[in-house]
Design a protein around this ligand. Sequence first.
Ligand code: G
Ligand code: G
Ligand code: MN
Ligand code: NA
Length: 260
Amino acid sequence: EAMHEDLRRALEGDPAGGRLSLVYQPVVELASGRVSTYEALARWWHPAHGEVPPSTFVPLAEETGLVVALGRWVLRAACAQLRRWEAAAPNAERPTVRVNLSRCELEQPTLLRDVADALDHAGVSGAQLTLELPEAAVMRRPEEALVTLHGLRELGVRLAIDDFGTAASSLGHLQRFPVDELKIDRGFVDAAPEDADAEAVVRSMVALGRALHLRMVAEGVERPAQRAWLADVGCEFAQGYLFAPPGAPADVHGSASDDA
Ligand code: G
Ligand code: G
Ligand code: MN
Ligand code: NA
């Protein structure tokens, strides 16, 4: 009965707990229209309840001690997918992937080892992995986060602040954090460019990020007018339904893939 027991089974690969998978959503370079990388998003298909959203099962995992196992599963599955993309297109540029971490995952003492193990196990380079860290997660205990972020950087992974703008970053911390990228929360992108306040806020975020030499990614882009305006204000990358919704890995690369 208990949902977390089913989640535990699914994490162990027992079909009685349903099935975990990853879908992938592209990040597009606005100037060229090229897909630059893919964000992995976890899905859980439960035998009785159907699709359970990550906004439900990630907190469930956190409350029941399954969060370490879930994080390991996601990292391993995403790195394994990198290998399959490489095998399917050996002469292409090395594929890259992005994985989301919750605050709780960021604060796990096993995080560095788990990331290193996932990379080693799949035989992929740290440079092929970006970790998306919610702004609220890194800003909650910034001194501790700083140590973790440096440790992650030593593994060669890239770091992005996700949902940027939602948690009142201290600009001092932002400047000191070894991050590569800011993802502007879709709440700001939604209303822009028509809403003058949203327009000004996003424009300022892009200017700030560029001044700090950070790559800027706008999320939740749904309309052509947003795309044109973002390119105009100097945001180089974007993600959203306008380009593609999250999809199965075979869809995103149009080539062979096993089930993740
Ligand atoms: O995929 P969807 O839009 O439903 O994602 C909803 C939320 O769940 C997003 O905030 C996303 O970052 C988070 N999420 C999706 N997949 C994962 C995952 O593998 N791990 C963690 N920690 N969060 C995830
Ligand atoms: O917090 P995070 O950025 O990881 O959330 C990713 C979530 O955003 C995914 O669940 C994905 O389905 C959703 N998403 C991606 N693109 C769009 C979009 O253009 N519009 C809306 N409304 N949601 C989106
Ligand atoms: Mn994200
Ligand atoms: Na986000």
